[in-house]
Design a protein around this ligand. Structure first.
Ligand code: DGJ
Length: 700
């Protein structure tokens, strides 16, 4: 007996056929109602030379019923019960959500599949829980969430990266076989952001049908997209469980992380807008209702060279530039004179700070800024008191040499004594000092993640969540940044308990254009830490004008990452200028709908944000323009009959080497109608490579 469950959101429908096992029949544009004949019209033929029955591509596909691609569940009971086949025993559906309970009375497993459709954003959420109903242990190897794709989704866009090079994208045809990524680094990782897109051939920023996916999990994961030989295709994602990591005792359960998905008929823009709205409505909770403060972070300014008087001078300069939050990075705690020592000893270094931290914090506050502090709680240096006193607190495996990473080791957060120590030190810091912000760093991968000898990335990840949750409860006004050598821990699940990401250790504005673009498909700009660095970038040694650096940082959650004391008066004035611009427009940037355009010149990045009345568009010339003349900026997201005031906000001041005469409108305010802007467009000046401009539009 089959029945349809029809979940609807503002724009989309998700229709699930609930037979023996639930199967998604449609996920995409909204369907007004289900026709009586839909069951008949969607019945599949049974091919020659295949199984004699139809095999549904269910929400948890089973090997045991003839799904020969990746099964949704894998495991065994001492070699038995390794190919479970489920029957739906209960279905609950209301409004935008449905729950299916499935049972296998032979293998004695129960599955609960939860699926929701968020009304406002159209984002789908799915997770599965398995319960061991048998009398012996069930060795669970895998439980993943599967969502189908239509056959016209025949191109994939996936993510790759590394330190200082996060959120890079690559494309591939998706017609036979598939794509798989596996992350065993023990954190979300720079290398394999758990997200991917599938769409119609050539889908772009503005065009095409696209289905987007993100697994909200900060540990290991597996994510794949497969095309079956019958043409049906699907995306599957879940935690990658190491050997023995999930052994379920009788009545014990394992729950997958949430898999998030969304559909768009307007290219990647529709995906980014939906994910960003979902994050704003459901994931981020800023503790106070105030604009996102502009940061100054000390790392690239002074590294480990902490002198309180000098830091106060930096704070004075920062305050004068309009900075609103001043963060002391690594190097403040006892014995931390370089990257090889002291992690774990979370006590102020009184040699460096003989009068304590209070005078520095007071000074920061007097300049009108909030104070923030860097920590890296999950780590320990071998050269630390914590390690000397508790060498057994390290997450590792006895009998093996474990390579260090950045000369440090990971602490076992499932060790209760270790957990309590970390909580009490962080709690003491937040209680003793007037700290409004913690930059929570995590600078190495988990190589031998063993707790009491057993694989423990799952437990470590959950313990991390618990530690952050407990701190949030104890200090509800403190904000936390998730940093992991830059963007190594960026995902929806960590964002539920943090407030900002350090997107990358790379402050090179050109690199940042790509990193921030990739990240913006999932995350809104107000959580994307983006800082102006020194003219010569520390991670690439490339030089950029302040125009390029300023415009690039301004579009995220802005900050400055340098030593303002050492900067020239001219540079400091420029920092103040971009900070002021950011403040002037952050009401749009941090709440509006973002969009990108498909540029005629492939060497341009065109990014905009709009709210009801205003729009800000940045055009960044990444490399030499393709043509001698720029293509007009044709702005598609305007109202045809509305009138707009169009004004240039920002352009490179120093050089326009490629142009001997500039368009006159650059010095004027234009009035243009929506259809003119959309169909004819605005002619831009010729931009030099690695420079950017900003245009502002206001509806009249
Ligand atoms: C890595 C971070 O990404 C940097 O911003 C900085 O905080 C350093 N760690 C400090 O050790």
């Amino acid at each position: 007996m089959s029945e349809f469950i029809h979940l609807t959101s503002k724009n989309h429908s998700l229709i699930i056929k609930s037979g023996r096992t639930p199967e998604v029949l449609h996920w995409g544009a909204k369907i007004a109602s289900i026709d009586e004949d839909l069951l008949l019209s969607t019945e599949r033929p049974i091919s020659q030379a295949r199984l004699d029955v139809d095999v549904p591509l269910s929400l948890c596909p089973e090997l045991g019923s003839g799904h020969f691609n990746a099964p949704g569940i894998e495991g065994h009971r001492d070699g038995f019960d390794w190919a479970p086949v489920f029957n739906t025993v209960r279905v609950e559906a209301q409004d935008q959500q449905a729950t299916f309970v499935l049972e296998d009375t032979v293998s004695k497993l129960e599955l609960t599949v939860e699926i929701k459709l968020d009304y406002e954003s159209d984002v789908v959420q799915k997770r599965i829980t398995v319960t061991n109903k048998g009398g012996s242990k069930y060795y669970l190897n895998k439980l993943s969430s599967t969502l189908p794709l239509p056959n016209h989704a025949n191109e994939l866009m996936t993510f790759h990266g590394r330190w200082c090079h996060e959120f890079q994208t690559q494309r591939q045809r998706f017609e036979h076989g598939g794509f798989m990524q596996e992350n065993r680094r023990g954190r979300t990782s720079h290398e394999n952001f758990p997200g991917m897109f599938a769409g119609t051939q050539g889908f772009s920023e503005q065009n095409g049908l696209v289905w987007g996916f993100h697994l909200g999990w900060s540990g290991n994961h597996q994510m794949r997209a497969d095309v079956r030989s019958d043409g049906r295709r699907f995306v599957q994602a879940g935690e990658l469980l190491l050997a023995g990591e999930s052994i379920l005792e009788p009545e014990a359960t394992y729950q997958t992380p949430w898999l998030y998905g969304c559909y768009s008929n307007s290219g990647l823009n529709g995906i980014a807008q939906r994910f960003q709205q979902f994050v704003r409505d459901n994931i981020i909770q800023f503790p106070t209702d105030k604009p996102r403060p502009v940061h100054l972070n000390t790392w690239e300014g002074i590294y480990f060279d902490h002198k309180p008087e000098y830091i106060m001078q930096m704070a004075t300069e920062a305050g004068a530039m309009g900075v609103e939050r001043f963060i002391i990075d690594d190097g403040w705690f006892i014995g931390r004179d370089g990257e090889r020592t002291a992690l774990g000893d979370w006590y102020l270094d009184e040699v460096k700070y003989p009068n304590g931290l209070e005078p520095v914090i007071e000074h920061v506050n007097q300049q009108g800024m909030e104070f923030g502090l860097w920590v890296e709680p999950e780590m320990v240096s071998q050269d630390s008191n914590l390690y000397r006193n508790n060498p057994d607190w390290v997450l590792g495996l006895q009998g093996y040499h474990q390579p260090s990473g950045r000369w440090q080791y990971v602490l076992d957060l499932q060790n209760e004594a270790c957990f309590d120590y970390l909580f009490s030190r962080l709690d003491a810091l937040l209680t003793t000092y007037n700290i409004g912000y913690l930059k929570w760093d995590m600078n190495r991968e988990l190589v031998q993640p063993g707790h009491q000898g057993k694989a423990a990335v799952h437990g470590q990840t959950q313990a991390l969540y618990r530690l952050v949750d407990q701190l949030n409860q104890a200090h509800p006004k403190v904000e936390i940044e998730s940093c992991s050598s830059g963007g190594g821990r960026i995902d929806f699940e960590i964002l539920k308990r943090t407030h900002r990401f350090w997107a990358s250790d790379c402050n090179d504005a050109l690199e940042r254009q790509a990193i921030q673009k990739g990240m913006s498909y999932f995350f809104p700009p107000e959580v994307m830490g983006a800082h102006i660095g020194p003219a010569e970038c520390h991670s690439t040694n490339r030089r950029h004008s302040i125009n390029m650096r300023g415009v690039t940082a301004l579009m995220g959650h802005m900050g400055v990452e340098l030593d303002p004391v050492k900067e020239s008066q001219q540079e400091k004035q420029a920092f103040s200028h971009y900070i002021a611009l950011h403040k002037q427009f952050r009401h749009i940037l941090h709440s509006g709908r973002s969009f990108r355009m498909d540029p005629a010149d492939k060497n341009q990045n065109i990014y905009g944000v709009q709210n009801d009345d205003e729009m800000l568009i940045t055009v960044c010339q990444l490399a030499m323009p393709e043509y001698a003349l720029p293509s007009p900026l044709r702005i598609s997201c305007v109202e045809d009959s509305a009138l707009y005031q169009v004004k240039l906000v920002e352009m490179p001041q120093t050089s326009f080497q490629l142009m001997k005469q500039r368009p006159q409108w650059l010095d004027k305010t234009l009035t243009l109608s929506g259809d003119n802007l959309k169909e004819i467009g605005l002619t831009l000046p010729i931009l030099d490579p690695e420079s950017a401009l900003i245009v502002h539009l206001k509806k009249m």
